[in-house]
Design a protein around this ligand. Structure first.
Ligand code: GRF
Length: 200
């Protein structure tokens, strides 16, 4: 299975995929492309360290129309079987969703439908969870459609919220105990027929 991973930030989810491939926890898959909208993304350094092809289209240098067409062109040159959004901040252009329908998955750091949708990304998700006082949170891998965090839910994993949690402490636990576990699991399932592509 040819996988393209889209990143914007630190790349710990990309690293989890790399580690899982090395450990044999993901079989019959290869990360053939890492794509970023952010030249400063440390995730690009992680790709470099693994000699994975990386392409950056700095979103700030293009308008939406140009960005969308560049992203589509790059993807069509690589034609991945699966696109994984791993801390990718921009909304995936509709043209890309349409062209790769059922083949784009995202990792979101909450139990969807809680704390998701416009504005709920990164640390903001955990701030909202703590403000609401939930006792359990977690992460979700879902299919990407034209909405925001609205596609079919594929896998979830819960994480306990501790009384003295800060947003940073909670984010770290959700990443380490949920995101970095379920994202490689779903990629492995897609690579080995436990999840049929395109996902309908
Ligand atoms: C994290 O907040 C993660 O929950 C979300 O994107 C952010 C960055 O992840 N998926 P990463 O370290 O760049 O993978």
């Amino acid at each position: 299975l040819s996988v393209a991973v889209m990143v914007s930030g630190g790349g710990t989810n990309l690293q989890a995929l790399i580690n899982a491939l090395k450990a044999g926890d993901i079989k019959n898959a290869c990360i053939d492309l890492v794509f970023s909208d952010n030249e400063a993304a440390y995730a690009l350094k992680r790709a470099e360290a693994e000699n994975i092809k990386k392409i950056c289209v700095p979103a700030k240098k293009y308008n939406e129309y140009e960005f969308e067409n560049l992203m589509l062109k790059i993807l069509d040159e690589n034609r991945p079987d699966l696109i994984v959004l791993a801390g990718f901040l921009p909304k995936v252009p509709d043209k890309v969703v349409q062209s790769y329908r059922g083949r784009i998955i995202n990792i979101h750091p909450s139990l969807i439908p809680s704390f998701c949708g416009k504005g709920f990304y990164g640390i903001k998700v955990h701030e909202a969870a703590l403000k609401r006082g939930v006792k359990i949170t977690g992460a979700t891998v879902h299919l990407v459609d034209e909405g925001i965090d609205s596609g079919k839910i594929l896998m979830q994993k819960t994480v306990e919220v501790k009384d003295d949690d800060t947003p940073l402490l909670l984010q770290k636990r959700v990443m380490e105990e949920a995101e970095h576990i379920i994202l490689p699991k779903v990629v492995n399932m897609a690579a080995n027929g436990d999840i049929r592509l395109p996902i309908v």
